[in-house]
Design a protein around this ligand. Structure first.
Ligand SMILES: [Fe+2]
Length: 205
């Protein structure tokens, strides 16, 4: 007797080497907070689409081209993206996955990032710069959830891969990669301290 696991949803988690992560995060944090102060277009964009928080998604969304620090982060991410693509068995036909967007997110207390996916991309992800204790992780939704109309709920203690939602904790120095079609959200930040992260998209060229 056997039970097959079919149609898995893969999420890649990795950590930069501690010394590299700490050094990079010190510089990234200074820049993220400075851009929040200086980026008037981003402040305006965030006021309606990310109330209470700051994101450069609508203004400075190619940070890897603006800042050598973000470019260093991109270099550190690259091997993980390639490894994840191999693990997914993507046949890239000799073409490259290249970063198309890279942006800042600063999430103060009470700010939420609702359920969404990343259109026009292949692999997306987030790298965590500052994650004070108690700040939320990234919550993924089972992509088949809309087929479950009459299905019984699953036990709360079921294996992680059977749960309809799964939260990957946010930790400074950690990287989370997923296929861009996978819906996810960041629940409200319940703590006073700000959570700072950098998100990115890779597309297939
Ligand atoms: Fe996202």
């Amino acid at each position: 007797m056997a039970v097959r696991v079919l149609f898995p949803t893969l999420v890649h988690e990795a950590r930069l080497p501690p010394a590299q992560g700490r050094a990079l995060n010190r510089r990234l944090l200074v820049e993220c907070l400075q851009y929040r102060e200086d980026d008037a277009a981003g402040q305006a964009w965030s006021a309606t689409r990310y109330p209470g928080g700051y994101t450069s998604y609508g203004s400075l969304n190619r940070m890897h081209e603006l800042s050598p620090t973000f470019a260093a982060l991109e270099r550190a991410l690259h091997r993980h993206v390639r490894a994840f693509a191999r693990r997914l068995a993507l046949d890239l036909e000799g073409r490259e996955l290249a970063v198309t967007d890279c942006w800042i997110n600063v999430m103060p207390k009470g700010v939420v990032h609702g359920l969404h996916l990343h259109p026009l991309s292949t692999i997306s992800g987030t790298y965590y710069v500052r994650t004070p204790r108690g700040t939320p992780g990234i919550k993924f939704e089972d992509p088949r959830l809309d087929r479950y109309m009459a299905a019984p709920p699953r036990r709360l203690d079921c294996r992680p891969e059977l749960q309809p939602w799964f939260t990957v904790p946010a930790e400074a120095g950690k990287l989370v990669l997923f296929e861009s079609w996978l819906r996810h959200e960041v629940p409200p930040n319940p703590v006073e301290a700000e959570r700072v992260s950098i998100s990115f998209n890779y597309n297939w060229f």
